[in-house]
Design a protein around this ligand. Structure first.
Ligand SMILES: Cc1cc2nc3c(=O)[nH]c(=O)nc-3n(C[C@H](O)[C@H](O)[C@H](O)COP(=O)(O)O)c2cc1C
Ligand code: SF4
Ligand code: SF4
Length: 277
């Protein structure tokens, strides 16, 4: 079987998960990985026709998928029954955000065979070190995950996902009505308020040396430098990559999104963002 995996990633977690899924498919099922920020805005139907199975992956932002992934799904060509699967990465409650992407894919005629949610370090969560382990607690005072716990659980889930796809079985994560409600109620706030506000809320504090790294690595080309000032635009997808890659830690976000300010920089180990010209 030939597999394509198309994913959006802000800080590399979803790219890491995509690579782990490809490794699990193994050499008998060659898997090509595509970061959607490097694909054309509208995917050519001939591109998908080359594959027997299409995987789509996204992180969870505020119980939803980021606007960049929404746009990508909307622009996908009609599925015409193409076998597909969906995976989401999140720091705490990933099932919550499945409803909308599942609906979009089904509406477009994709034969969705599996959905899976994978725990990854929360890139806006609270984390600290216990010995050499990073420990996370995101939105919950009681649930604690170390990176090792996450890796173990992720391996099991990816293994189950790939086995079910290869055996021709379906495997879906369950989404409770409450999770659906939370996702639906935050969707408008995130897509229609938070993302556009990112034109106004970020600023560069002292220390910006105009190196342009944030401009080159923004996945949605939302940053520019004009008159020796870093400027942000409304196409931001709130991926927090710029806050993490700035070598001077100079990017800050004003209230009410000041929660995005970094206590510590985070990029998935071994991953670095692609550079745009
Ligand atoms: C703006 C924003 C909102 C987030 N909201 C959630 C959330 O609602 N639930 C959750 O579990 N994780 C949330 N996260 C954490 C990310 O989903 C998680 O770290 C993900 O694996 C990041 O993937 P990436 O590195 O591929 O971008 C959020 C991250 C960002 C940047
Ligand atoms: S990456 Fe940081 S230092 Fe470089 S231009 Fe952007 S804000 Fe300034
Ligand atoms: S401006 Fe920053 S947060 Fe917004 S899309 Fe670009 S890198 Fe991501």
């Amino acid at each position: 079987m030939r597999v394509a995996v198309c994913y959006f990633t802000g800080t590399g977690n979803t790219a890491t998960a995509a690579r782990e899924i490809a490794d699990r498919f193994g050499p008998d099922n060659p898997t090509d990985l595509y970061n959607i920020e490097l694909l054309p805005a509208t995917v050519d139907p001939d591109f998908l026709a080359r594959y027997d199975l299409v995987g789509l992956g996204s992180p969870v932002y505020a119980y939803n998928e980021p606007p960049a992934f929404t746009r990508f799904l909307r622009e996908l060509p009609p599925g015409n029954g193409k076998p597909s699967f969906l995976f989401m990465t999140a720091g705490q409650d990933p099932e919550a955000c499945l409803a909308q992407p599942v609906r979009t894919l089904r509406r477009k005629g994709y034969d969705l065979r599996a959905t899976v949610c994978l725990f990854m370090p929360g890139n806006v969560g609270c984390y600290w070190f216990e010995g050499d382990e990073m420990v996370f607690r995101f939105l919950s005072p009681t649930r604690r995950f170390s990176t090792r716990d996450m890796e173990r659980e992720r391996r099991e889930r990816i293994d189950r996902l790939v086995r079910s796809l290869l055996d021709g079985r379906t495997e879906y994560e369950s989404v409770t009505p409450w999770q659906r409600f939370v996702s639906w109620s935050l969707r408008g706030a995130f897509h229609h308020a938070a993302a556009p506000l990112m034109k106004l809320l970020p600023y560069t504090a002292g220390g910006c040396n105009l190196c342009g790294i944030c401009v080159q690595t923004c996945p949605t080309q939302s940053i520019s430098i004009l008159n020796r000032r870093v400027r942000f635009s409304t196409s931001c997808t709130v991926c927090v990559r710029c806050l993490n890659v700035c070598p001077e830690h100079a990017i800050r976000v004003r209230w009410p999104l000041s929660v995005l300010n970094r206590p510590k920089q985070y990029l998935s180990p071994g991953w670095s963002p692609p550079k745009h010209d």
